[in-house]
Ligand binder design. Structure first.
Ligand SMILES: [Zn+2]
Length: 354
């Protein structure tokens, strides 16, 4: 159920939907082709009672390359023989949103066709945008002229971490910035296609629902294979459903930085009529510094289209390896924890008044 390219993941998702006689709602990203020349699209499948007032949304590839994990989890859930009867009994529908950032998934990049980080893009662009002086200070070091970075660059980054600390480095780099369109964790200057698509899907499918849950699958932070549950909204309901180990960047219990404009905010923005609970499950892969180095390479390769093909292919292969562990134990941890979180959400939703 896990794939090695976006093209293969999309084919597998569509084939699995067809095998289970599930209709697919496809939203095509027009005007740009994939790395292999393929169509880029977000595909959506709704499973469950037509009149369900409770909805569980599952998204993959918010951060493009992280989609190998979420896509595999979604396909495993579609193949789960026990789920259809359960969601029928509980009166809950499931919405599988496959590859909400198809460009990043295809090009093995964390960001969109506009280099936008979707978890920094759901801010109110009519208001002053968050400032990040720490990023501005680091930008030139983070994106050097040559890749891999030379010894002086490596020493300068190491020096920053030694004097300011790992957390300060992570905060400055990952909190998000709106000043360097060719930089890392760039929040954009307007809602991206993926953000607009997600809003449209939530408005459409969530309109008649009184209770909506959302699990957004991510990879790259934390111990390998462990799925950290990170809540960016109402943590009380999230902890009641998913357990006391749900963390919140707002109260400092999370491995992730507290960021403005995560994609999960679109649920609150589009469905104010519903009671909501949402988490990201962040599955660990490789150590933090290695992961951040790969994100530096991700931005570098995007802005050096004339770099040798072999180097670009090698960088993309390394980026993929930093966000997806090609190992059966790791994959098993993904599927098992995803299934547990889905069951918790289904039962949680079934107890909400609608
Ligand atoms: Zn992510």
């Amino acid at each position: 159920m896990f794939s090695s390219t976006y093209k293969e993941a999309r084919r597998r998702f569509l084939d699995t939907a067809a095998q289970h006689k599930l209709a697919v709602d496809t939203r095509v990203l027009e005007g740009v082709a994939g790395l292999q020349g393929e169509t880029l699209a977000t595909d959506v499948v709704r499973i469950g009672p037509a009149d369900a007032k409770r909805l569980l949304v599952l998204t993959s590839a918010t951060h493009g390359v992280e989609g190998f994990c979420g896509s595999g989890a979604q396909i495993a859930l579609m193949r789960d023989e026990a789920l259809p009867a359960l969601i029928e009994k509980l009166g809950v529908a499931m919405l599988l949103v496959h590859a909400i950032n198809p460009y990043g998934f295809s090009y093995l990049s964390r960001t969109t066709e506009g280099n936008v980080d979707l978890n920094r893009n759901s801010v109110d662009f009519s208001q002053p945008l968050p400032q990040n002086a720490g990023y501005a200070e680091l930008h030139d070091l983070l994106i050097p002229a040559h890749w891999p970075p030379d010894d002086a660059n490596v020493a300068a980054i190491r020096g920053y971490i030694e004097t300011r600390g790992q957390w300060a480095y992570q905060q400055a780099v990952t909190t998000g910035q709106y000043t360097h369109p060719q930089g890392m964790f760039y929040g954009g200057e307007a809602p991206a296609w993926s953000t607009r698509t997600m809003r449209a899907l939530l408005a459409e499918y969530g309109e008649t629902c009184g209770a909506i849950a959302w699990i957004d699958f991510h990879t790259g932070l934390g111990p390998s294979g462990f799925g950290a549950k990170i809540c960016v909204g109402d943590v009380t309901r999230a902890r009641r459903w998913w357990g006391a180990d749900v963390t919140s960047p707002a109260d400092g219990t999370s491995i992730a930085a507290d960021v403005a404009g995560p994609l999960l905010d679109t649920l609150r923005q589009t469905c104010p009529h519903a009671s909501i609970a949402s988490i990201a499950i962040e599955y660990g892969t490789v150590p933090l510094t290695d992961m951040l180095d790969m994100l530096r390479a991700d931005v570098w390769v995007r802005h050096h289209p004339d770099a040798p093909e072999a180097l670009k292919a090698d960088i993309r292969r390394q980026i993929r390896a930093a966000f997806y562990i090609d190992d059966d134990i790791w994959r098993g941890m993904i599927v098992g924890q995803a299934r547990a979180a889905v069951l918790q959400a289904l039962y949680g939703l079934s107890r909400e008044d609608v």
